[in-house]
Design a protein around this ligand. Structure first.
Ligand SMILES: Nc1nc2c(ncn2[C@@H]2O[C@H](COP(=O)(O)OP(=O)(O)OP(=O)(O)O)[C@@H](O)[C@H]2O)c(=O)[nH]1
Length: 298
């Protein structure tokens, strides 16, 4: 049995009752409105799966009501079927132009009405499913599977975008590059799966330490990047230090296993390509590696 909600809009109470009974008998939940304005109000409150909208109503007719609903983002995607005794070509065109997906002629034949309702409700569900899948795919395309941080490609896109904003508005931009110290030996001594868990832990600490406006990503295997906009190089360095410290003090969940990271912090220079900014941060990171690790260099 269907459990979807159908909003019926008609100024004649008897019509509402007959339609309501036909739909309820099929398991639909029914909401009602008796004029065009009320329909908009009820639609926003109930968020029905479909609206059956009478065309001829006093004050605001079905066309106008439908047009207004199509301009309200939270209800614009609810399909509207017009119920009308007027079914000339002009009427149909006016209805489709107002945003309807279908028409049912009055007096309606139950089976025809029900099959049209069922089709539109199914279509709505399919569209919603498609949109949900699209969002899922978009998310997958920009995130790293293991850590949930942004992936390399997305970090580069964001960096380029941040730099463009910096050029236009004169805002500062700096970058931190991190690399887990002696990570090969974590894998060698504890196994690859433990290595993965360590990368997840490091990512979580980075996520928890940065501000909402910072952009954190996994740049490569055991390399991470944080982009800081409108932040002085000193503050970016302080953030990198906090992350380094939090990781050095963290419990990895494996007794006897501690990890540290090294980092490099660089600030964007006027006219500098983003690749060069990343390279400079990388060179500073390797300075940290060469001078003992568990260190940030600016
Ligand atoms: N478990 C796991 N290991 C990875 C992943 N990606 C890269 N690695 C490992 O990361 C290690 C990186 O090692 P190296 O580049 O030699 O550097 P390191 O041992 O961290 O040494 P330093 O950077 O010099 O401190 C390699 O053993 C890679 O196999 C991953 O997704 N999971």
């Amino acid at each position: 049995m269907a459990k979807e909600t159908i909003l019926i809009v008609d100024d004649i109470a008897q019509n509402l009752q007959i339609l309501g009974e036909v739909l309820s008998a099929q398991g639909y939940r029914v909401a009602v409105a008796t004029n065009g304005l009320q329909a908009i109000d009820v639609a926003q409150k109930v968020k029905p799966d479909l609206i059956l909208l009478d065309v001829m109503m006093p004050e605001m007719d079905g066309y106008e009501s439908c047009r207004r609903m199509k301009n309200i983002p939270e209800i614009e995607n609810i399909p509207v079927i017009f119920l009308t005794a007027r079914n000339t070509s002009e009427d149909l065109v006016a209805g489709f132009e107002a945003g309807a997906v279908d028409f049912v002629s009055k007096p309606f034949i139950n089976v025809e009405l029900l099959v049209r309702v069922k089709t539109q409700v199914r279509m709505k569900h399919l569209v919603e499913e498609l949109e949900r899948k699209n969002i899922e795919l978009e998310n997958k395309a920009i995130h790293d599977d293991l850590t949930g941080l942004f992936n390399h490609g997305h970090m580069f896109e964001r960096l380029t975008h941040c730099q463009e904003i910096g050029v236009r508005y004169g805002t500062s931009l700096s970058v931190i590059m991190f690399d887990v110290d002696h990570f090969k030996s974590v894998n060698d001594n504890w196994g690859h799966q433990v290595g993965d868990q360590v990368l997840k832990k490091v990512s979580q600490i980075i996520k928890d330490t940065v501000r909402k406006t910072d952009i954190a990503g996994r740049y490569g295997g055991e390399e991470f990047m944080v982009i800081c906009q409108e932040t002085t190089i000193e503050n970016t360095y302080a953030l990198a230090e906090r992350i380094r410290e939090n990781i050095a003090q963290a419990d990895t969940g494996y007794e006897g296993l501690r990890v540290t990271i090294s980092g490099g912090v660089a600030e964007s220079r006027v006219g500098e390509p983003v690749e060069q900014l990343v390279n400079r941060a990388d060179e500073l990171l390797y300075e940290s590696k060469n001078s003992g690790r568990n260190k940030i260099t600016q």
